[in-house]
Design a protein around this ligand. Structure first.
Ligand code: ITT
Length: 216
């Protein structure tokens, strides 16, 4: 059994399609550290949640990065959805603006054990707040054994990104910013879960995670 640590059932719905193991929503509102990088937020959450859960956990920290706003709301997307609302985020983009955007997600896995070093990132709390972008991954992995300390719990990170455009809200499906995010002419809220998974940031990260997790 795998605990998906989230207050958002939409994320769990998307994950079940990828994993043979039973995925259970672990509704634990972990304190989100203020950091400019999703990887740091997700890794911190996975460590906190692992201490509270009875088994392996995944945390998914996601955000909408709008080019015209230099990546805003990014890691602050949840706060902006609650306080501003997605309709007003769309209205904030002027007609003459570049409407391109991307959804990004980082899935962080923790089961309390160490991982064999691989070309993929293993966050050992050494890079808090630093960029864990896909292109930087090589440097995130070390063979070093980390001494004791709960903060040193290893966390494995899987990243996904999808490009798109900010548009007027359309569609009834999905969750969060899906109605204002268009990919190839269709908003994520107009897609079924399977259609969204096939192209989405979360689908890409989940596919990488599922492949690795099946071996573990
Ligand atoms: P948890 O932190 O409890 O998992 P959350 O919904 O707050 O739930 P995030 O902090 O990762 O999750 O999400 C940041 C924001 O981005 C939040 O407003 C989400 O609704 C939104 N979001 C995340 N993934 C999304 C997706 O696939 N489609 C649309 N909006 C998404």
């Amino acid at each position: 059994m795998l605990n998906f640590v989230t207050t958002n059932p939409g994320k769990v719905r998307e994950a079940t399609a990828y994993l043979d193991d039973e995925v259970v929503q672990f509704d634990f509102d972990y304190p989100e550290v203020q950091a400019d990088e999703l990887g740091a937020v997700a890794a911190h959450g996975a460590r906190e949640a692992y201490r509270a859960a009875d088994g392996p956990v995944i945390v998914d920290d996601a955000g909408l990065f709008i080019d015209a706003f230099d990546g805003f709301p990014g890691p602050y997307s949840s706060y902006v959805e609650d306080r501003v609302g997605i309709e007003r985020v769309w209205r904030m983009t002027e007609p003459e603006d570049d409407h391109s955007a991307a959804f990004k997600t980082v899935i962080a896995y923790c089961d309390g054990d160490d991982f064999a070093a691989t070309p993929d990132p293993v966050d050992r709390d050494e890079r808090r707040g630093q960029d864990l972008a896909a292109d930087d991954r090589g440097g995130a992995t070390t063979d070093e054994q980390v001494e004791g300390g709960e903060d040193a719990l290893p966390v494995k990170l899987f990243e996904g990104r999808v490009p798109g455009e900010i548009v007027a809200p359309r569609g009834e499906g999905g969750f969060g910013f899906d109605p204002i995010f268009e990919h190839d002419g269709t908003t994520f809220a107009e897609m079924s879960t399977d259609e969204k998974n096939a192209v989405s940031h979360r689908g890409r990260a989940l596919a990488k995670f599922a492949e690795w997790y099946a071996e573990r």
